[in-house]
Ligand binder design. Structure first.
Ligand code: GLU
Length: 428
């Protein structure tokens, strides 16, 4: 089954219904959060290297912009759909609210398997996509960034194309740019580092700091989030026993030497062959990886990998969602019953958009920070919001997912209500 054969957006809205119980928000606010403010579908004609023309379908969703310009990445994937883009934009709305950033939520995507395109075709597609949506984005309107299968180079093409369209440089229109083009130091590994800051806070809460045996970690996905997280965990002394990409992964019960696996000739996004990963390493499927006996499981790939089908077999103590939407609503209930602590995507992977915010702020100021300043401030944001969510969840005896949604609604509610609701009129 492709990762989003189910209606991801309908599933995402179920979480809103569940969370509404724990937050004091006006029913009209919840009603407004049930659909995107704007949704675009565009066609992108691209001349292929062989001379033929191919038309790609792209989307951009501005879900909500009450708390600030919409914000969210652009995904290139063969399984992209309108429902998925809406769900991802909905999650961005809640993510930016949880993280306390002055942004709403947005997301974009193009239906394409980028592995089938040459670099030149990929550049034409990236520029064509931005030309198609240029009128709907802007530094104070909607600010794209990288997501699955897009990166700094693609953001550079897109930011450049936007400048061509509007006739001026506007670096704050896109984040995740290369540093040479106005990107922020520390944006590269920000998603992983944010998740890692949370892991450290959690360790203190769970008393893991005192334990003698090493922390065992499995990471699904070796893209920007997964690879950097594996590296940070390994450097901190964790035993990273398994990592994977979309073709499967490698497993070593004694811990993989992540640092030496990521060599100079390393192909980004792909796990090296088991034969070069040291003695005792064997191949493992993605399904097996998820069910390993570990302390921390970090799904860092795509949606819906932990479902009602495998949730009962998840043996991790903590699931740190570095991907967006890796656990289904049905699986949530099973994991909670079994005492698995799930740190939800909208909190666990918010480090990426937090440093995107720093990049946007630096672009607006035209004044740039050092890597240490970026890391330090990222740490402040992650610790502050993790602890607020943890306390809120504990006080209400709910899981961290509902805690995070309730925390986000505490910020979204007053913002939306101040733009006008029945409750406000009733008070007059
Ligand atoms: N695509 C990332 C996410 O899902 C980053 C978004 C951004 O930086 O705007 O959070």
């Amino acid at each position: 089954m492709s990762h989003q054969a189910r209606d991801v957006f309908a599933d995402a809205l179920q979480r809103l219904d569940l969370a509404a119980k724990y937050a004091k928000v006006d029913p009209e606010t919840l009603l407004r959060l049930r659909q995107p403010k704007q949704f675009l579908e565009v066609s992108i004609p691209v001349r292929l290297d062989n001379g033929s023309l191919r038309i790609f379908t792209g989307y951009r969703c501005k879900y909500d912009d009450t708390r600030g310009p919409a914000k969210g990445g652009i995904r290139f994937h063969q399984d992209v759909s309108a429902s998925e883009v809406k769900a991802l934009a909905f999650w961005m709305t809640f993510k930016c609210a949880v993280a306390g950033l002055p942004f709403g939520g947005g997301k974009g995507g193009v239906i394409v398997d980028p592995r089938e395109l040459s670099m030149a075709e990929l550049e034409r597609l990236s520029r064509g996509y931005i030309r198609a949506i240029a009128w709907a984005i802007g530094t104070d309107v909607d600010v794209p960034a990288p997501d699955v299968n897009t990166n700094g180079l693609i953001m550079a093409w897109m930011a450049d194309e936007y400048s061509n369209v509007v006739g001026r440089r506007e670096p704050g229109v896109i984040t995740g740019k290369p540093v040479a083009m106005g990107g922020s130091l520390g944006r590269d590994d920000a998603t992983a580092r944010g998740g890692f800051f949370i892991l450290k806070e959690l360790e203190a809460r769970l008393g893991w700091e005192r334990r003698k045996e090493p922390r065992r970690v499995a990471v699904q996905g070796f893209g920007n989030a997964g690879e950097h997280f594996a590296k940070l965990a390994h450097a901190d002394g964790c035993q990273v026993v398994a990592v994977s990409d979309s073709n499967g992964g490698v497993y070593n019960p004694g811990g993989l030497d992540i640092a030496s696996m990521i060599k100079a000739d390393h192909k980004p996004g792909f796990v090296p062959d088991a034969s070069v990963c040291g003695p005792g390493t064997r191949r493992i499927s993605n399904a097996e990886l998820l069910e390993l006996e570990v302390d921390v499981l970090a799904p860092a790939a795509v949606e819906n990998v932990i479902t009602e089908e495998n949730a009962a077999r998840i043996k991790a103590q903590v699931v740190l969602e570095l991907a967006n939407g890796p656990v289904t609503v049905q699986a949530d209930a099973i994991l909670e019953r079994r005492g698995v602590l799930v740190v939800p995507d909208i909190l666990a992977n918010s480090g990426g958009v937090t440093v995107s915010y720093f990049e946007w702020a630096q672009n607006k100021m035209g004044y740039y920070w050092t890597a240490d300043e970026v890391r330090e401030r990222l740490g402040q944001y992650m610790r502050r919001e993790f602890n607020a969510t943890y306390e809120l969840a504990k006080a209400n005896k709910i899981g961290m997912r509902m805690g995070a949604y309730a925390h986000a609604l505490e910020r979204l509610g007053p913002a939306l209500e101040s733009t006008g609701t029945a409750r406000r009129y009733a008070k007059e």
